[in-house]
Design a binder for this molecule. Structure first.
Ligand code: 13P
Length: 338
């Protein structure tokens, strides 16, 4: 199989109808924050047990096509010794890996950030591939104000995302390209739309310059929502604005768009995805790659207590099932009560 065919086979598995991606790739700092919120210390064993709980949820493969892991998890094993990526693959879930090294301040652009991690990436990917990873994720973040992000930040992050994507494809790994316009702050809905459109245009220009095959990648964008300190807006408004920006920026050659949840509540994130998928035929498959919107109810149920494992897994399966329904425009809010 040549490389593009291999990439497309992975993309086809990840975009299987009625399925989405579970983002479980929180860095050590982020997972410590999530655990802390439920009163749990972030030890290696807690992290391992939690990720095993997620991956071994019975029937998860019915709704989840891929799971994004953190580097540490890729090397961890279930209690019975099965490496966690193998456990996922056995359940029909493609293992993926977050490969960026996080954000730092962008020199010369006060208030903006740039994501690092390109040095040595090809070699790292060869190792991750041996461990079972077939796709990767790189997240660029954009802070929003009246002035931010600067043109420099938009360009620099687009360039890094495109270099990452090109390197992944050369190694037979499907890149998930994640430009996240953050919802922290008091900015308006319109400002989010304006920034997201500028960011996505820059990203697709850079992908073109770097010869990235759009058929062999997925886009992981934010939805168009107002800043978290701004008044909320309606579900149809979010769906309409998000689709308008995507239609203006994302070529139809891109097979799938898998949204991040970005601080939306679990039910809100499901309702937004559903509304978009009800709006008629779209050029790309629209699904989810949620972290918090899938995991928050799971962590609240588990809290490190082995006796709550089944309840926590049921909470994950429920959110996966409802988001699966939303990915085909068949979510019924009444089923939240099931
Ligand atoms: P959230 O859905 O919690 O935003 O996480 C998705 C993700 O992978 C962020 O990089």
């Amino acid at each position: 199989m040549d490389t593009l065919h291999e990439l497309q086979a992975t993309v086809a598995a990840l975009t299987a109808p009625g399925k989405g991606i579970l983002a479980a790739d929180e860095s050590s700092g982020t997972i410590a924050k999530r655990f802390d919120a439920v009163g749990l210390a972030s030890t290696g064993e807690h992290r391992r047990a939690y990720r095993e709980l997620l991956i071994s949820t019975p029937d998860l493969g019915r709704y989840i096509s891929g799971i994004i892991l953190y580097e540490e998890t890729l090397g961890q094993a279930a209690a019975d010794g099965t490496p966690l990526p193998q456990l996922a693959a056995r359940l029909g879930i493609v293992p993926g890996i977050k490969v960026d090294r996080g954000k730092v301040a962008l020199a010369g652009a006060p208030g903006d950030d740039i994501t690092e991690g390109l040095d040595g990436l090809a070699q790292r990917l060869q190792g991750y591939r041996k461990q079972g990873a077939r796709f990767a994720k790189w997240r660029a973040v954009y802070n929003v104000s009246d002035e931010l992000p600067s043109r420099l930040a938009i360009r620099a992050n687009a360039e890094a995302l495109a270099r990452y994507a090109a390197i992944c494809q050369a190694e037979g790994i499907v890149p998930i390209v994640e430009p996240e316009v953050l919802s922290d702050g008091g900015h308006t809905f319109e400002r989010c739309a304006e920034v997201t459109e500028a960011v996505q245009h820059a990203v697709f220009h850079a992908l073109y310059r770097h010869r990235v095959a759009l058929e062999g990648m997925l886009l992981k964008p934010n939805m168009i929502v107002p800043g978290q300190r701004h008044a909320a807006t309606s579900v149809p408004a979010v769906a309409d604005a998000t689709l308008r920006v995507l239609r203006r920026s994302v070529p139809p050659a891109v097979p799938g768009v898998v949204f991040l949840s970005g601080g939306q509540g679990p039910e809100e994130a499901t309702a937004h995805l559903d509304a978009m998928n009800r709006s008629g035929p779209l050029p790309w498959r629209l699904s989810f790659s949620y972290g918090r919107a899938l995991q928050d109810p799971v962590l609240k149920a588990w809290r490190g207590d082995a006796a709550q494992r089944a309840t926590a897994q049921a909470a994950l399966l429920k959110r996966a099932r409802l988001n699966s329904a939303a990915s085909t425009g068949r979510y019924d809010v009444a089923s939240e009560a099931d």
